[in-house]
Design a protein around this ligand. Structure first.
Ligand SMILES: [Fe+2]
Length: 180
C-alpha cells in the first residue's frame, strides 16, 4: 500500500484513504487495484517475456480500460525493471533528475515497488510516494518529479499514454530540491 514521506518535515502518511486524500489534494491521482488478480507466478517475476506482459495486461484489462476511458489514455504497455535489466545502476542514476512532461505520467504497479518523488504545493514541497503492487498513481502534466526504485530494485508497472510524445522528459532545475 502506498505511503508518503514529506521531505521537509519527515511527516509520514499511511493508510489507503489518507494517502488518497492527501495526493488528491495535491492534484495527484491515486487509485488501487486488486493485485491478487495477477496469477501468483507473475506476482514475483520481474524478468518478463512478451507472453508474461500480455498475461499481465489481460489480468487487469477491465481496470486498464476503465482508467483509459475516464482519462483519455489511448495506448498502454508494461515496463519492468530489476537487477536483470541491463545497466540498471546507470539507468537509475539517469532517472534521479527532476523533470516534467507535457502529459501526465500514470503507472499502475503490478509487482514490486518504487518511489515517485513529486513536488507538491509550496507548503508541502517534495514528497516521496512509495508505491507497491496494486497502487495506481498519476503525476500531473508539468509537475516536477522523478522515479526511482527501492532497495529491492524490482518493479513491474502498466504505463498508459495519451500520445507517447507527451512523455518526453524536460529537465527541471530546482534550487528548492534537496536530495534525500
Ligand atoms: Fe517522469
Amino acid at each position: 500500500m502506498a505511503q508518503i514521506r514529506i521531505r521537509n518535515t519527515e511527516q509520514v502518511i499511511t493508510g489507503e484513504e489518507n494517502v488518497r486524500a492527501f495526493l488528491n489534494d495535491q492534484g495527484v491521482l491515486y487509485e488501487h487495484w486488486d493485485a491478487a488478480k495477477l496469477p501468483e507466478a507473475l506476482r514475483h517475476r520481474f524478468n518478463l517475456s512478451d507472453e508474461d506482459k500480455e498475461q499481465i495486461l489481460a489480468a487487469f484489462d477491465v481496470e486498464i480500460r476503465d482508467l483509459a476511458s475516464r482519462r483519455g489514455y489511448l495506448t498502454w504497455d508494461i515496463i519492468s525493471l530489476s537487477d536483470a535489466t541491463p545497466n540498471i545502476e546507470e539507468l537509475l542514476k539517469k532517472f534521479e533528475q527532476v523533470h516534467t512532461h507535457t502529459e501526465d505520467e500514470v503507472r499502475a504497479i503490478t509487482a514490486g515497488e518504487g518511489i515517485f518523488v513529486i513536488k507538491g504545493s509550496d507548503e508541502v514541497g517534495y514528497m516521496d510516494v512509495l508505491v507497491e503492487e496494486g497502487d495506481v498513481i498519476s503525476v500531473p502534466e508539468n509537475i516536477p518529479h522523478f522515479f526511482t526504485l527501492t532497495e529491492s530494485k524490482k518493479i513491474v508497472a502498466v504505463r498508459l499514454f495519451i500520445e507517447t510524445e507527451g512523455w518526453i522528459a524536460h529537465p527541471f532545475e530546482d534550487p528548492a530540491f534537496i536530495k534525500a
